[in-house]
Structure formats: C-alpha cells, structure tokens
Design a protein around this ligand. Structure first.
Ligand code: AMP
Length: 113
C-alpha cells in the first residue's frame, strides 16, 4: 500500500491518532501550522476534493462532524477553528488522499496564503 494516509488508517505507519471510527480517522499533522493541527481522513482512499461524487456526500459530511467532535475534544469550540481542504497544485495539495485540516489555537488570517 503506497498511500501514507491509507497506511496510517490501517496502523501500518505511525501517527498520533486522536479519534477513529468505522469511516474516518483523525491524527495530528506531522508539521503543524497552528497550536492544534489535525487531519481528518476517510478510511476509503479518495484522492482529493475533486474525487468527491454525489454518492460520497454523506461521507464528507461525516468528516465535518468528526472535525466538530475533535474540535470539542481539543478545546477549540469557544474560540473557533478553521477547516481546509486543498485540491491539486494550485490548492497546495501534497498528499493525494482526501483530508480535512482542522486548525486552531490561534487567530487565522484572511485571505489565506
Ligand atoms: P496538503 O498539503 O493539504 O496535501 O496537506 C498534507 C498534510 O499532511 C501536510 O500538512 C503535512 O504536514 C501532512 N503530513 C504528511 N505526511 C504526514 C504524516 N506521515 N503524518 C502526519 N501528517 C502528515
């Protein structure tokens, strides 16, 4: 299995997992860009946001719900947080397994870089 996030989801590669269920896994980003930086991924290998077909809408909603649960766990609910999905080169995507970035613990800027 060549995809690093597939290997994390099956515990064949190391990661600090903070939440998992039958459809999703959440783990700490290896190069955090904020005091809290967690990635939420589907267990299913989906290459990115462009690969999200209508039959996967429920799964994507689940990832946002997991992000909310993890944000509560991490103490981000009161001050808020940012969710980011990157697609392709212009989006800044570097790992081609769909992931939602959960960023918090500092004030985010807008527009993003
Ligand atoms: P993106 O640029 O949106 O594709 O984000 C990929 C993210 O995955 C980056 O923030 C990386 O720091 C993170 N990342 C890459 N490899 C690992 C890993 N083995 N464990 C945890 N996070 C990783």
């Amino acid at each position: 299995m060549s995809c690093v996030f597939c290997r994390i989801a099956t515990r064949q590669a190391p990661a600090t997992i903070v939440y998992e269920d039958e459809r999703a896994v959440a783990f700490r980003d290896i190069a955090p860009q904020a005091p809290v930086h967690i990635l939420i991924i589907p267990r299913e290998h989906i290459t990115g946001p462009l690969d999200v077909s209508e039959d996967r809408e429920a799964l994507i909603g689940h990832l946002v719900a997991v992000a909310a649960k993890v944000a509560q766990q991490e103490g981000l609910a009161a001050d808020g947080y940012r969710l980011v999905l990157n697609q392709g080169r212009n989006g800044g995507q570097s790992v081609f397994h769909l992931h939602v970035h959960l960023l918090g613990g500092r004030r985010m800027t807008w527009p993003p870089g």
